[in-house]
Ligand binder design. Sequence first.
Ligand SMILES: *[C@@H]1O[C@H](CO)[C@@H](O)[C@H](O)[C@H]1NC(C)=O
Ligand SMILES: *[C@@H]1O[C@H](CO)[C@@H](O)[C@H](O)[C@H]1NC(C)=O
Length: 424
Amino acid sequence: MKLFLIVSCLFSTICAQHAGTNIPEAAPQITIEKCSSGGSCQQEVSFITLDSNWRWIHHVDDSVNCFTVNEWDQQFCPDVSTCTSECALDGVDQANWSATFGIQTSGSELSLKFITEGPFFENEGSRVFLLESETKYKMFSLLNKEFTFDVDASQLDCGLNGALYFVEMEQDGGLSKYPTNEAGAKFGTGYCDAQCPHDMKWINGEANVQDWVPAENGEPGGNGHFGSCCMEMELWQANRKSQTYIAHACEVNEPTRCEGQDCGDDASGDRYNGVCDKDGCDFASYRMGDTSFFGEGSSFQVDSSKPVTVVTQFITDNGSDEGDLVEIRRKYVQNGQVIENSKVNFDGVSDYDSITDDFCTDIKDLFGDVNDHQKKGGLKAMGEALKRGMVLVMSMRDDHESYMLWLDSNYPEDGSGPGVERGP
Ligand SMILES: *[C@@H]1O[C@H](CO)[C@@H](O)[C@H](O)[C@H]1NC(C)=O
Ligand SMILES: *[C@@H]1O[C@H](CO)[C@@H](O)[C@H](O)[C@H]1NC(C)=O
């Protein structure tokens, strides 16, 4: 019976992760610029889409919820294939972007709010992707190039995280690869990252309803049996107290649904047995021993109470787009001044100011961290993903599990020695 259901899913169009038609999608426009080394820039019109995880999931024939707060409806979602065929993801219309989800664009600017008391529910955080057209993500191939953005984190306090990063998703969100995915990039499907998140409601065009555990204390979301893994290059995880950039390589070179050990779950003690480097190799100024580099006020070299321009350069071994990634370099610009990155400030370790494989090895040695970065292929592997192309993600979130202590406080809480202090 089960087999029959699965087969019918593959060959019948009725059984699918549908795209709902109750609310027409109205993707907000945003402009970006593509520049050449001579300094000439061209504007590109792009769009923002909201990750499917935040979207309304309802019964395909009407407007009854398939998913409410943290639970799947028992009637429509008794199993994966029924749920996948009975439920649809829907659009976000013009009014709902801002009123319900706290997301707004204007020209080349995007603003994300954390809590939005909308007309239908209280929304917490968001995750958006850049589209090049209504149905396709914009793929960035950043090897041997630099990426620049301005950010204003002045309203973001400790424990919050406003992030900008790249992940190796499918350009169409998995629409063509998975026959049961009828929604695709337009509806923000196909998210994956190096933490192999289990909280995705849909993976590979199927509801992640198996073994679903609702989030505790009535919090939104939950965790399903499967995780969604892929390479991740984080340019900015930050609030006004602290910031970091992190390379996370994986042993998989495309979005990959995981289960069991491959997901690298902490709960089963498998953190370093999964397919992705969950720790990553991070350059966080505060953690690297320069506590006066980034923070609020003019006494810091980079003043987080004002907007700052963040530049990241992906340098190859032979200065060509085909070379191997050997260095990820960071610069800041504020008040018209270029500010070079802070330097590692610990006895016995060179004063590195960028991510290189040597930096990762030496700093992990000093901190007593596992060098999973090297094990998962190091910068060369990360560079291959940057060459293949990655999708731009911008998000706003908090962290119910570890309260973002790894970003802006002491982590582990009872730890001591170099590498424990990550912010004030
Ligand atoms: C916003 O989304 C809700 C469902 O979450 C929908 O009922 C409503 O029609 C949408 N549009 C407006 C303008 O509120
Ligand atoms: C750089 O290295 C890559 C791969 O090793 C090679 O394919 C490419 O031709 C090299 N380019 C130059 C300019 O040397």
